[in-house]
Every structure is written in C-alpha cells, then in structure tokens.
Write a protein that binds this ligand. Structure first.
Ligand SMILES: Cc1ncc(COP(=O)(O)O)c(C=O)c1O
Length: 408
C-alpha cells in the first residue's frame, strides 16, 4: 500500500466469519470436506409467493432503474401491516419505516447518524460483534454491559446504574438474543425504556429473531409505553423469512430518528432493486402456518444438535429462541476457540466459539440450525468416529471421553 489505513481501522479486525470461511475454503481445496454448523444463513427457501413475485417483477421493463431512497410504499405498508399483526404495534408507513439492504448496514447508519468521536456506546457482552466494530470505526468508546447466564442473559440494571454513563449516547440490545437464545423476560423492555429516558440514551433494539423458535409472543420495543420516544428498532427478512441473501431489512421508529438516519443512508446507497422490494412485500404476507412449518423443521434439527452437544459434553438450555443452540463447554480448562479448532481439525465440523461474542461468551459454543438433520447426523458420526480412531483399539467410548478428546 502506498498509504496507511485510516486510524479508525486500527482496532478493527476483519469479521471473524470472513476470516474463518477463508480457512475453511483453503481446507476444502486441500480435499477436506467441512461441515459448517457455524453460520446462521437459512438453507430453506422463501415462500413460493415471494419467488413468483420476484420473477414477475423482474420481467417488467420498468423494474430496472434506481428506486426511491425510502423504499416503495407497498413495502413500507407491508412492514407496517406486519408490525400490527405480529407485535400489535402501529407504525406510520410514510414516516416511521425505512427499508434497508439488510439490517446489518443499519448498525453503521445509526452510528454515523448519532455518534461523535469520543461518545460512549453501551454494547452487550456477549453480543453481535458488529455493534463493537462499527462503534470502533466511528471512533467512540465502548462500554460493555454484562449479560450473564445467572440473570437469564438480561441486563443487570444495578450494574448499569453504577457505570459512568457520562457521554453515553446509544445502547445496543437484541432480544431474542443472539448468541444466547434468551427471550426478553419480566419487565425488561419497560425497565430499559425507563433507564434510557433517565439517562437520555437512544436504545437500538435489534430484532431479527423474533419469529424463529420463539416460545413467547414476538415483541417489539416500540410497542411499550414511551418506547418510540427513546428507542428505534432494526428488523430483517433474513432469518424469519429465509431471505438472508436478499438483503432486506428495515429501521422502525419515530419520524425524527428516521429522518436523521436518512441523511446518512441517502448518501451511501441508491435504493433497493424493485423486484426484491415487491417480493419482500409479498413475503411479509406469508400466513402464520408458513412460519409454523419452518419452526417445525428447526425443532427437528435442534433435537439433533442437542444430541451432538451431548456427544461433545456440553450443557444447554432447551428453551432458547432463534436459529442457534448456545451451549456451555463442561471442561473448564480449554478456551472455546481451541475447543472449536480441535473439532474442526479432527472431525472437520465447524461450530462457532462463544468468545467471538465477547468475554462473557468464553466457555460457550454456538451451533447453527441451518443444516439438514442428515448433515447434523453426519457431524455426530464424524465426531464419534474421529475420537474413536484417535484412540485406536478403543471402540466404545462414553460421551465424557469423546468430549475430552475433542478438547485436547
Ligand atoms: C443479532 C443480529 N443482528 C443483525 C444481523 C444481520 O442480519 P441481516 O442479514 O438483516 O443484515 C445478524 C446476522 O447474523 C444478527 O445475528
């Protein structure tokens, strides 16, 4: 390079999965077939209506130009309808919804819209790594707040109140939570709204998993009293509608917040392909039975993943929401990255180390439900076989022994 990278990148690493997939591709070019149970990219298809709407719209000669920066009214109305039906929350489709190219980009738009250099941001630990990396790129200071298993992975408000909250402008939160699968319990949202109001902090609730294996009724923070004054919400078709590659998400919230974010977004992209928007609107009208069927398949897969975790000697909670299982490594001495690397090298199965989600994720792993039952069965077989081969002569091993071999 003839010049140096910007200072804002000094503390930012390439996204973990971007690096890891490179390693997996390299292993595959060397002839190793890897089973990837790491990434949450749904392998099931969107509804038939969604696909047929995409095809019909793409065939129209007027579909191929630039589109409105605010998304087409049909999509915004479909999102407003979805919010009413799903979360019993009213949104004005004209002013309170901004379609995005996936919800991930919204994290950057929101941060650029509201943060100045040196501001502070509350980021959950464990949490989606992008909250931290974008906060770093915006040259802000990150204040991690703990989510702990003993608190049901909910924020600890006593601890939050004791933190130095001066200069905190923004707080990221995400329920159903990724990676832990926890759903918001008790009066979590009410308390968060009161906390935000007291300290003048904008809450950014990231809500892409509310329809996937949820045990409770899907929730939006915008539904709660005072929510719209202090919170905005990201949402997405990626997980709940099997449309991760389509890149459709949105920000919902009060007009003033949306208008501020628009100042950033309109200078970054030039709208979303019209057929994708029309198909997304069709998807949002999928009947509840479509979601039930998808969740039934995830339930079948989850039972197999539980079996895999038993083999690995991990503990897990059976009531998690979302499309992953979060599990605790019982053997305390090994780091989650080493545990995962051993499974990758020995059984050629990839799962995600909890440590990439923060220090409180250390000691845990995350297994994706985005592979068919037969693939998960093959992973179980490989893990059992590899460890048996590793100890030639031993043909029958307890789960504990297998787990300890994977940990070496
Ligand atoms: C918590 C969380 N938020 C946001 C995203 C980004 O989703 P999208 O595909 O809508 O950009 C993900 C994706 O894995 C996620 O886990």
């Amino acid at each position: 390079m003839i010049i140096k990278q910007s200072k804002r990148l000094n503390e930012v690493q390439e996204y973990y999965f971007s690096q890891k997939l490179q390693q997996i591709r390299q292993m595959e070019t060397e002839g190793v077939k890897i089973i990837n149970l790491g990434i949450g990219s749904p392998d099931m298809v969107p509804s038939e209506n969604t696909i047929s709407e995409l095809i019909t719209a793409a065939q129209h000669p007027k579909s191929h130009g630039y589109q409105s920066y605010r998304g087409i009214p049909e999509l915004r109305k479909a999102i407003a309808h979805f919010y009413k039906e799903t979360y019993n929350t009213h949104l004005d489709p004209e002013t309170e919804i901004l379609p995005l190219l996936g919800s991930k980009e919204g994290i950057t738009h929101i941060s650029l819209a509201f943060l100045n250099t040196g501001d502070k941001v509350l980021v959950p630990d464990p949490g989606y790594p992008t909250y931290s990396s974008v906060s770093k790129m915006c040259e802000t200071n990150i204040l991690h707040y703990n989510l702990k298993e003993e608190n049901g992975w909910m924020p600890d408000f006593n601890e939050l109140e004791k933190m130095n909250l001066r200069k905190v402008k923004l707080m990221w939160l995400n329920y159903p939570n990724m990676p832990t699968g926890a759903e918001a319990i008790g009066e979590c949202f009410e308390k968060l709204i009161a906390f935000a109001k007291k300290h003048k902090i904008l809450l950014c609730h990231d809500n892409p998993y509310s329809m996937v294996l949820n045990n409770k009724k899907p929730k939006s923070i915008l539904h709660y009293k005072g929510g719209k004054d202090v919170a905005i919400e990201l949402n997405s078709l990626s997980k709940s509608f099997n449309m991760a590659g389509w890149r459709v998400g949105w920000i919902a919230g009060k007009k003033e917040y949306i208008d501020t974010i628009l100042k950033v977004k309109t200078n970054i992209d030039s709208g979303m392909f019209l057929p994708v928007q029309k198909a997304a609107a069709a998807a949002m009208n999928n009947p509840p039975s479509w979601h039930v069927k998808r969740n039934e398949e995830y339930k079948r897969r989850r039972e197999k993943v539980w079996e895999l975790l038993e083999v690995l000697g991990c503990d897990y909670d059976i009531h998690q929401a979302g499309m992953f299982v979060w599990a605790k490594i019982k053997k305390g001495k090994i780091s989650s990255e080493d545990f995962v690397e051993n499974i990758l090298q020995k059984a050629n199965v990839f799962i995600t180390p909890g440590s990439i989600f923060g220090k409180n994720g250390e000691g845990y792993v995350r297994v994706s439900l985005c592979s068919e039952v037969t693939t998960i069965e093959e992973s179980i077989k490989r893990i059992k076989q590899t460890t048996v081969i590793a100890r030639s002569g031993v043909t029958k091993q307890s789960n504990k022994e297998i787990a300890s071999l994977c940990s070496q």
